[in-house]
Write a new protein. Structure first.
Length: 452
């Protein structure tokens, strides 16, 4: 089996999700592995260390005309290079930690005309194709196909006996990409402005364990906080939606809203192409994050992922999204029409949510009992989900759900920004953590410094 693994070097290190994709390839018996990456010449040193693994070749795509490529341009450049490689499977990480878009994998599959299987937790291979356990259940794919992997494993250490070898460097003269579709000039999505994010910062009051239950009883009776949707004075003529959950956001920016089918991205692409609408919106859930990039790749359209706010001047759509795990917020426009975005919607959750982090460890039974006693919904951080403690459907945060309960009780959660962006519409946050310096207390209204 011939596997091509797409990786990215982020801040001098291999993207963690791509590490998992590479390890999955290394675990595949008898695999002939090619590693390919796009980046500047400075990425060469890190990529050379990958030659010490059991891989056939490592390729760096590097050319000045590639600089500044967005996800669409990146997928196009990768597709032109991979067309020169004999492969049965393409492995990618689900997303990169700098962009968090999860677009390149599905978009690349659309460019190559192969099936993508996203959010893979486990994969088995036969002569006929791949059988994958994903976040959404079991999915099969005939060869050739593309898999995007979750953070399900740890990249092994290479053998101390292995030797580092030279890598191949391909520029555009070799892959033959259309320069007009590469780099900044070929990137329809443009970042207009970047803001430092201070999402959800609150003033924490520390309380005792004995005060917790009476506090929850009082807070649970208060009215939930509504998510603000700011209507635009000038509106777009027509916006397509692929999910009823984004209707409110669409109605705030459009005079006319038309729902189309978004479950099949290939049919959705046909409808979008013939619609004449100015924009198309997808819900930023696991299906939308898979299907929207496929449609964007088929139509050569820019796509902004995981938008938390939209505005328009009546002609152009301006999209706001968190980046770098939520530490910054970017204002983005797209130069292609219809303009496309996936939009984060906030779930009106139960009045009380109890969320567990990987810090809970062996106390899950107690947390579940505590949630049941309160009549609360049980959710989790990404760390707890990745550790197998809770299903993906329970995940709250940048790559999971956004919720707006009256009371959110975070148990054993560190408070990384990619989690707290999912609870910013919560009325009251209570954190329970033994580390008084844990970041979660910066985002909490009340805190208890104890083991649960």
């Amino acid at each position: 089996m011939k596997i091509t693994v797409c990786v990215k070097i982020v801040d001098g290190e291999l993207n963690p999700f791509d590490e998992c994709a590479l390890e999955a390839a290394l675990e595949t018996e008898g695999a002939e592995i090619t590693v390919i990456s796009m980046g500047p010449a400075s990425a060469k040193a890190k990529l050379e260390t990958l030659t010490r693994y059991n891989v056939k070749r490592v390729i760096l795509l590097s050319d000045p005309i590639f600089a500044g490529s967005d996800t669409l341009a990146t997928a196009y450049i990768l597709s032109k290079a991979i067309e020169k490689i004999d492969f049965d499977m393409i492995f990618c990480g689900r997303q990169t930690t700098d962009g968090d878009t999860a677009q390149v994998g599905p978009c690349l599959a659309a460019k190559l005309g192969i099936k993508p299987i996203t959010n893979v937790m486990k994969a088995e291979f036969s002569a006929d194709g791949a059988v994958c356990k994903t976040r959404l259940g079991e999915e099969n794919g005939a060869y050739p196909c593309l898999l995007t992997f979750e953070r399900i494993n740890t990249l092994r250490f290479f053998s101390i006996r292995s030797r580092q070898k030279e890598i191949e460097v391909w520029d555009n003269s070799y892959i033959g990409a259309d320069a007009a579709r590469c780099g900044l000039s070929g990137s329809p999505t443009k970042v207009l402005k970047v803001f430092e994010s201070r999402r959800g910062i609150r003033k924490c009051r520390f309380i005792s364990r004995e005060e917790l239950i009476p506090l929850i009883a009082r807070l649970g009776e208060e009215e939930s906080r509504e998510t603000a949707i700011m209507p635009s004075e000038k509106k777009l003529r027509c916006v397509l939606i692929t999910d009823e959950r984004v209707r409110k956001q669409a109605e705030a920016i459009a005079e006319n809203v038309i729902e189309i089918s978004g479950h099949d991205p290939y049919k959705a692409a046909e409808q979008i192409k013939s619609s004449g609408a100015e924009a198309a919106l997808w819900n930023a859930d696991i299906e939308g994050r898979r299907n929207a990039p496929i449609a964007a790749g088929l139509l050569d359209l820019g796509l902004c992922a995981d938008c938390t706010a939209l505005e328009t001047d009546g002609e152009r759509l301006f999209m706001y999204r968190p980046a770098r795990s939520g530490n910054i917020t970017a204002k983005i426009k797209s130069d292609t029409f219809p303009q496309m975005a996936t939009v984060r919607t906030v779930e009106r959750s139960d009045r009380i949510i109890v969320a567990c982090g990987k810090g809970v460890k062996s106390d899950m039974a107690r947390v579940k009992e505590f949630a049941a006693t309160l009549g609360a919904e049980l959710c989790a951080s990404r760390g707890a989900v990745d550790a197998g403690q809770m299903p993906y459907s329970a995940q709250v945060g940048l790559t999971g759900r956004s919720v707006s309960p009256n009371v959110y009780i975070a148990v054993g959660i560190s408070g990384a920004v990619h989690h707290t962006v999912g609870i910013e519409n919560t009325k009251t946050v209570i954190a329970i953590n033994p580390d008084r310096d844990a970041r979660i207390f910066e985002y909490a209204d009340y805190g208890i410094v104890e083991e649960f």
